[in-house]
Design a protein around this ligand. Sequence first.
Ligand code: ATP
Ligand code: MG
Length: 488
Amino acid sequence: MSKMSTDKNSTGTRVIFGPNKSYFALTLCLILVLFVNYFLYLQLQKLFKENLQERIISMASTAALNFDPNEISKISGPESIGSSVYQETVLKLNHIRQANKNVKYAYILRKTSDPNVLQFVADADSLDPAKIFDLNEDGKIDESDELNSPGDPYDISEFPWLRDEGFNGATVDSDLTQDQWGTFLSSSSPIYNSKGDTTDLIGLDVEVSDFIKITNAALVPYALFVVFLCLIITALTHFLVKTWKARVHVVQELDRQKDAVLHMVAHQFKGPVTTINFTTELLLDGTCGELTSEQKESISTIRTASQKMGAQSEMVLDAAKITLNKLPLNPVPTDLNELFKEVIEEAQNHAKQLKVHMKITLPNQTLPTAMLDRKYTQLAIDNLLSNAVKYTALKSEGGNVDFVVEMKNKTLFFHVKDTGIGIPKAEQDKIFLELYRASNAGKDGNGLGLRVARGAIEAQGGKMWFESEEGQGTTFFVELPLVVVAKK
Ligand code: ATP
Ligand code: MG
């Protein structure tokens, strides 16, 4: 069975998801979108970089194939500068550089006994002394930038990729190097001899400033699109919240008007109904002259209908007072034995009429006298019992209603269990709302009884909740702490 507990603070008005929550959700979404965007940006950049690194590695490995390690080994010091091997090597490096406009530097370095130091062999610019570079990387090109000569030491301690991996195979720097002359990615490949040994490697510094531009060019439209999308969503949400607010306002106003009309009608009914009740009493007790039995029967029918109308008007007014938390309680010493006797008698008559079996279980000890609003406590129990009988008979003849009363530590517990139609799960959270009737409840009823019953119990510090399964039955539970008084 599904279980529904009462919400002590609930007034029965419909609570709808507020606009502040919508804005909060929207802000969260925007943060999430920005986060996802940033993540995608990084991923895309990583992909672009990996792709570029692969291309540069393959450039270095292909370039390494152009050199004969035996020939290069002949270049050993400044004295090699005039040699044909040196000139040929420098020319080849130049060709490699010309083949790809992004290759800015091409050079050959040799292993030494110190892993942090390589020996300079040749550079693509070695034969062009007029063309000097910022070799000391001080941001200026001047005479202090001397070109390296064969045999010059070259400190590679700041290039761990070259130091650790350079002679193991083609490799590439994992980070872009950015200086005032551009953004570079360096790669190298060992120059192997026929035995697969190597002492020299070729290094290529490739300018990749374009890469940054290309990456941004690819990502900017995407980022703009996402920002545009976010703006559209924001505008749409803003519009929806505004429309929603207007609608809520209309619904609230309709609710208010409905309550006002109901209240007014119930009030207007009260006077005439009291008059009809009083007059029918006079007629029935013979004050206005003796009536025939047929006349008495008709007048009795009028009296019953009028009493029913009076009770319903009262219920409308009570429900309105409960909504406003203004139920006028009048706690008086109430003998619970008497109270239960009365409600049980009435419920048993009702059950008999509708062919429902009713089982009553009262505690063994006599119930105490407690400070309670007699009228509203009785009304609450009446409503639960009459619902149980009514919705059990609605299912089939011969169903059961169990009414169990218990007392524990000055708290009164009772529950009404029936084998009736049950309450559909999807409607269970609305069942205490004013005028709400479940879709399987038939036509007889107004949807006020439970609201008043729960209001009456809660106003006296108690709780009411239920468990129900459609088609199987329902149990309503009540827990009511008592202020016990000595019996008069
Ligand atoms: P009235 O105002 O005349 O009592 P009602 O019985 O329809 O009319 P409530 O007593 O407030 O109204 O009950 C509200 C709804 O809760 C009912 O219409 C019915 O759908 C459901 N309900 C209440 N008690 C039971 C029950 N014992 N078994 C099944 N459904 C129930
Ligand atoms: Mg009812």
